[in-house]
Ligand binder design. Structure first.
Ligand code: SME
Length: 156
């Protein structure tokens, strides 16, 4: 018997795999993740353009941070380090760039291929402290891997 969470995860993976193009896949990832949990209050995808992360699409209150230099924020750190960053209390992290005053915790997962090429990242904010546990991390990393495959398929 498959748990509902696993079924939702598989469905989201399939939607990303079968989206008509990369743009659709990126939008499906955001709305699919936003629909997954009431704790995900803002979901967005940034794409790396040179040394800047540029917001591609979002679900939630519009963020003022539509362009983030790689040198700044949790977003910049996750892309530079090519690693997932989970912050249980953003008020305690000096790297944090505030998007909404209600935000308390955040996860940022880079979209990176096996060769280490960074295409962008998935960023999720929650108004609850410590909202992102191992299951959330697994889900978002699965979505990032599915998107990385789409970038590879679309690339030169
Ligand atoms: N908090 C992010 C900035 C993006 S907003 O959360 C949408 C950061 O610290 O990089």
């Amino acid at each position: 018997m498959t748990s509902p969470d696993l079924a939702a995860e598989r469905l989201l993976g399939r939607v990303i795999d079968t989206a008509s193009d990369l743009d659709e896949a990126l939008r499906a990832a955001v709305f699919g993740l936003a629909a997954t949990s009431d704790r995900y209050h803002w979901v967005g995808i940034y794409l790396l353009e040179g040394n800047t992360l540029v917001l591609h699409n979002e679900d939630g209150k519009p963020t003022p941070h539509t362009r983030i230099p790689l040198s700044q924020g949790l977003c910049g750190a996750a892309a530079r380090e090519r690693q997932t960053i989970v912050v249980d209390d953003v008020r305690q992290d000096p790297r944090y760039l505030a998007c909404s005053p209600e935000t308390r915790s955040e996860i940022v997962v880079p979209i990176v291929d096996e060769r280490g090429r960074v295409f962008g990242e998935i960023d999720i904010d929650s108004d609850e402290p410590a909202a992102f546990g191992p299951e959330d991390r697994r889900l978002v990393e699965m979505v990032a891997a599915a998107l990385a495959a789409r970038f590879e398929g679309a690339g030169p």
